[in-house]
Design a protein around this ligand. Structure first.
Ligand SMILES: [Zn+2]
Length: 246
C-alpha cells in the first residue's frame, strides 16, 4: 500500500491538491477533468476509481458505538489563506492537536466545500468545512463541519474578508481566525473510514463528522461560490461494507 509510505508532510502537500504548484495533472469538478475522470487522469490517482473506502459518503444506517469524546487542544494559529483553485484553505502553525481513541493528530489546515461533500441521511448542506489533521505516522483524520443557512458566521466573516480572489493567490492572515470559531460547541460526532475527497483519493483517513451543524448567512455562501466559480464537491461514493458509527 502506497499510503503507508506517505509522510505527514507529503500527505499534506497532496491534500493541498494544488496542480498549479505541483505541475501535476490538472483536475477539477466539471467536464473532462471532473470527478468521474479523476481515476484515469494519472496512475497516481487510480484509487479515485478503484478504491472501495472512498469519501464523501451519505452518512446513514448508524451503528451505536461507545465513541469517546474527541479531546481538542487547539493553540496554534492560521498563518495564511490560500485560493488553490479547488477550495479556500487556511494553513495552520504547529501545536494544535486532537486526540481521538488514544491517537493524537495535529491540525495542518482547514478548507471549505460548497455544497457539502458528505450528506447526512440524504441531506446536503450549503457548505462543509474540513479540518485536516495528521499523526506522526502520517495517517490523517479529518473533522467535518456542516454549515446551514442562518445567522452569519463570525469566524467565516473574518476569513472571507481575506479570501484571495484568484486561483493560485495566497495572503498572510491579517486578522486571526481560530479553528474553534468554526466548530460547533457540541462536538458529538459520527465516525467512519474514508479517503481524501480530492486526487489522489488516498484511503485510510479517519472521518469525524460533527453531528451539530453551524450556521452561515446566505451572503457568506454566495461570497464563497462567487470566488470558486463552480461547486467544489465530489459526489457521494458507495459506502460498501463500512459501518458509520455514532
Ligand atoms: Zn475537503
Amino acid at each position: 500500500m502506497k499510503k503507508a509510505c506517505i509522510t505527514a508532510t507529503a500527505a499534506f502537500a497532496l491534500i493541498a491538491g494544488n496542480a498549479l504548484a505541483s505541475g501535476g495533472a490538472h483536475w477539477g469538478y466539471t467536464g473532462d477533468t471532473g470527478p468521474a475522470h479523476w481515476g484515469s487522469l494519472k496512475p497516481e490517482f487510480e484509487m479515485c476509481a478503484k478504491g472501495v473506502n472512498q469519501s464523501p459518503i451519505d452518512l446513514t444506517n448508524f451503528i451505536e458505538a461507545e465513541l469517546q469524546p474527541i479531546t481538542f487542544n487547539y493553540s496554534g494559529l492560521a498563518t495564511e489563506i490560500v485560493n488553490n483553485g479547488h477550495a479556500i484553505q487556511a494553513n495552520y502553525t504547529a501545536g494544535s492537536t486532537i486526540t481521538v481513541a488514544g491517537k493524537t493528530f495535529e491540525l495542518k489546515q482547514f478548507h471549505f466545500h460548497s455544497p457539502s461533500e458528505n450528506t447526512i441521511n440524504g441531506e446536503s448542506f450549503p457548505m462543509e468545512g474540513h479540518f485536516v489533521h495528521a499523526a506522526k505516522d502520517g495517517s490523517l483524520a479529518v473533522i467535518a463541519v456542516m454549515y446551514k443557512v442562518g445567522a452569519e458566521n463570525e469566524g467565516m466573516k473574518k476569513l472571507w474578508k481575506q479570501m484571495p480572489a484568484n486561483a493560485g493567490d495566497k495572503a498572510p492572515m491579517a486578522s486571526q481566525v481560530k479553528a474553534d470559531e468554526l466548530l460547533p460547541q457540541n462536538r458529538d460526532y459520527y465516525r467512519f473510514n474514508g479517503s481524501l475527497t480530492t486526487p489522489p483519493c488516498t484511503e485510510g483517513v479517519v472521518w469525524l463528522v460533527m453531528k451539530t451543524p453551524m450556521t452561515v448567512s446566505k451572503e457568506q455562501v454566495d461570497q464563497f461560490t462567487h470566488v470558486m466559480h463552480h461547486p467544489n464537491n465530489r459526489p457521494v461514493q458507495p459506502v460498501n461494507a463500512r459501518p458509520v458509527l455514532q
